[in-house]
Design a protein around this ligand. Structure first.
Ligand SMILES: Nc1nc2c(c(=O)[nH]1)N[C@H]1C(S)=C(S)[C@@H](COP(=O)(O)O)O[C@H]1N2
Ligand SMILES: [Mo]
Length: 255
């Protein structure tokens, strides 16, 4: 996992920084020890990978005629359960998005409130580690705007997205997290519409994260709560996300 992302960034020069590093540091890259670190599962790769990627740059956006005719749904396709089924039955009328943790103004927002916020529309490519991609159109307020509404504190380092589903019957609900830099990235939105319609149940109704510089598993569906934290060590397995906890996927799933 780690290896693939790192190599992809390096070999394709997917990020501006990678190309520069390769040309500037061939000797370093030829050095066995350095290569060992770069291509190992060692956690040190994380900071290296971040350094290689220009994190402020935008993910590519596409034209409407480039959208995939079919956008596969993956992972949980319906959270089920009494609460979620109840929301579906009433079209999410009583659903509230909670924003709490290290914020000065905790929020509990209805979908009507969220839909009335200024929104961003972006046509982007979703990239799942299982080996498929799809281009779709996403629409919703930026996570940054939501965090400003809640007056997020400067002590917050990460935003944790708590979801309504238990992946394949797992004991704990699905969750993911991103750092504040990615939370305020202009293409990081909480989408309520996909391809011009409300997000459907298989794709994460009523709200799902789109953090476009990241791999598919970061794109949390069924988001019920955004929690601002200074560390995620106390949350579930402590690795910052469902896959990170259970399958040793990399926390930094940057593209
Ligand atoms: N809550 C939740 N979010 C999730 C998942 C999930 O199982 N539960 N699967 C992830 C994975 S691995 C992928 S590829 C995408 C799939 O999104 P899609 O169903 O809209 O294609 O959602 C991600 N977000
Ligand atoms: Mo995925």
């Amino acid at each position: 996992m780690t290896t693939i992302i790192t190599r992809r960034a390096l070999v394709t020069g997917a990020s501006a920084g990678a190309g520069l590093l390769l040309s500037g540091c061939d000797r370093l890259v030829q050095n066995d020890t350095f290569r060992g670190i770069l291509y190992s599962e060692d956690k040190i790769h994380r900071s290296l990978q971040q350094a290689l990627t220009d994190r402020a740059s935008l993910a590519p956006e596409y034209r409407a005629d480039q959208m995939s005719p079919v956008f596969r749904a993956n992972g949980t396709l319906n959270p089920g359960g009494e609460q979620y089924n109840g929301w579906v039955a009433e079209n999410f009328a009583s659903f509230r998005l909670v924003i709490d943790g290290l914020v000065n103004r905790p929020q509990s927002l209805s979908l009507a409130q969220i839909r009335s916020m200024p929104a961003r529309t972006q046509i982007t490519k979703h990239d799942c580690v299982e080996g498929w991609t799809a281009i779709g159109k996403w629409h919703g307020p930026t996570v940054g705007a939501l965090l400003k509404l809640a007056d997020v504190r400067s002590t917050a380092r990460y935003i944790v997205f708590h979801c309504a589903d238990h992946y394949h019957g797992a004991v704990n609900p699905y969750y993911e997290s991103i750092d504040m830099f990615d939370a305020f990235h202009p293409q990081t939105i909480l989408a309520w519409a996909m391809n011009g319609k409300n997000v459907t149940v298989p794709h994460g109704a009523p709200l799902r994260l789109r953090a476009e510089r990241h791999l598919g598993y970061k794109q949390a569906k069924y988001v019920m709560r955004m929690e601002a934290v200074s560390s995620f060590a106390h949350i579930q397995g402590g690795q910052g996300g469902y896959w990170e906890d259970n399958v040793d996927y990399d926390w930094y799933a940057g593209l």
